[in-house]
Design a binder for this molecule. Structure first.
Ligand code: MG
Ligand code: ZN
Length: 223
């Protein structure tokens, strides 16, 4: 008997992600998929970032959580458009959930779309949502071993963030060890140290605004 083997379990997800990607590209949007553990500061970072960028960029956010609209509520003041995706028992966002969220948004009135994934450093990495880049986020309060223990996000990310660096004097965190682990796994990925509390976000803002400008120039050239 020939046993059927399903090799690409993500085939359907990847197909929907491609539909999202072409829709986002057509709208001239730069899209980032922010992935980090619960409590690493994703929403606090986005709240601070979107406040600083609100005069220059029209920002939309899709935020994934198992329950509540608390994150969307926090972001509503500083973002042009916010959609909360509640996943129930789901520990990651998939392309179809993002597809539904996009149908609630006016993409041609945005410059930047941020997808805040469900707090989790594991399976969100494997689900393509149609984003341009994945950003992996760690924080010093989680411990310096998290990059080594979660190699998939380190190798897949286009940018890594280490948040809460203002807490370094108060928590055991070997910065050199963390950097060494990151470099061993991904020699080239930019790694930015950020702090929402200490207002150290300038490098990240530069990185994002450059990407948004490049995407805008690309889509202007294509039309
Ligand atoms: Mg959050
Ligand atoms: Zn999951």
């Amino acid at each position: 008997m020939q046993v059927p083997v399903i090799e690409n379990v993500l085939k359907l997800n990847d197909e929907v992600a491609q539909i999202n990607r072409s829709q986002l590209k057509q709208a001239g949007l730069f899209t980032l998929n922010l992935i980090g553990a619960p409590g690493c500061g994703k929403t606090a970072l986005l709240t601070a970032l979107t406040k600083k960028l609100a005069d220059d960029l029209r920002i939309g956010v899709c935020v994934g959580d198992l329950a509540t609209t608390r994150d969307a509520d926090r972001l509503a003041d500083s973002c042009a458009q916010v959609v909360q995706i509640n996943t129930g028992k789901g520990c990651h966002l998939d392309a179809n959930q993002v597809r539904q969220a996009l149908s609630q948004m006016s993409l041609d009135q945005l410059d930047l779309l941020v997808i805040e994934n469900v707090g989790n450093l594991i399976c969100p990495v494997g689900f393509d949502l149609g984003q341009d880049v994945k950003i992996g986020m760690f924080s010093v309060s989680e411990g310096d071993d998290k990059a080594a223990k979660h190699p998939y996000i380190v190798t897949e990310a286009s940018l890594l963030l280490l948040n809460k660096t203002d807490l370094l004097p108060y928590v055991p965190f070997d910065l050199q060890k963390f950097h060494d682990d990151v470099r061993r796994l991904n020699p080239d990925v930019p790694l930015l140290e950020v702090s929402v509390q200490a207002d150290e976000l300038d490098e990240l803002i530069d990185w994002i605004t450059q990407k948004v400008a490049a995407t805008g120039a690309e889509s202007a050239a294509a039309t």
